[in-house]
Write a protein of this length. Sequence first.
Length: 336
Amino acid sequence: MGNDFLQNPHDRMFRELFTRLDSAAGFLREVIPRAVAERCSWEELQIVPGTWVDEEFNEFESDLLYRVPMQGGELGLYVLLEHQSTPDRWMPLRLLIYMTRIWQEMRKQGTTDGWLAPVMPIVVYQGARRWEAPTSLGELFALSEEARAGLAPFLPSFEYALFDLSRVAAIPGGIETRVVLDIMRAVMQGREAYLKALEGASPAMQEMLSEERTALLIEKLLRYMFALDGGVWGRELKTFLENKPGELKEKTMSLAEELIQEGRAEGREEGREEGREEGLYAGLRRSVCRLARIRFGDDCQIAEALENIDSLDRLEDLLALAATAKTLDELVAALR
């Protein structure tokens, strides 16, 4: 199983959690207005395939659209994960564009029966900085109070539900939702917050590993932590668990070794696929750098030195050392 979290890790973790319909339902029913939630048939919640995010925001946003039967019709729930560090004041306008795309697709697919299903937008914000951007489209119009009152019937207006992970005291939903979102917000807030979140989440993670329904989700969460910031949070995780007994430690150490071996194999394969000796050199260099990022959180000290090595045997030896060295200094010393 490759570590697909190396690309867009926040997006991957968000989808791993919220494509589990039981987890999504537990979260959503507590976020939307109670009078609406009580009228929804949550056991029939479905995911609508597709994404409505603009390409330029793919790096910073992830989205999922749900549909759920509701007394008197159907409700769309559009969840947008925002993980850029700076809140975007234009979020209401972007949401309006996304929602319009959703309604257009409903018409195109012939699912409206001549009516539009309401779509409730929900923004889950992962950044560490408090969200102080407008939460309604009406706030974006520059109008006097008198003009606003006169134009009100002609202006689009809606609010979105904001779930600011950086500010909420309690995360709604089941245990798996609370654990995953707590870790996701902590990695944006720095080392102290991360270690505190690990301390609080470890017993639950240990318990979830022993249950078939949640064991795979915990493995995905561990992969997410190993992938972030060049592996720095993975190293913090390994250090935190070093003297703690139990299945969580064993799983973490096993996964770390698995990722190292994957890095070695992928590096060789990348080189071979290019079909030239130069490609093999490049693949081995990339693999050494990748292992340094995963194990030590840094490859800056070795990347330039590796470019000057033109011996396949030596690169193979350095690849083996990158997998076994106890410190980054040991690897750096071998390059001199």
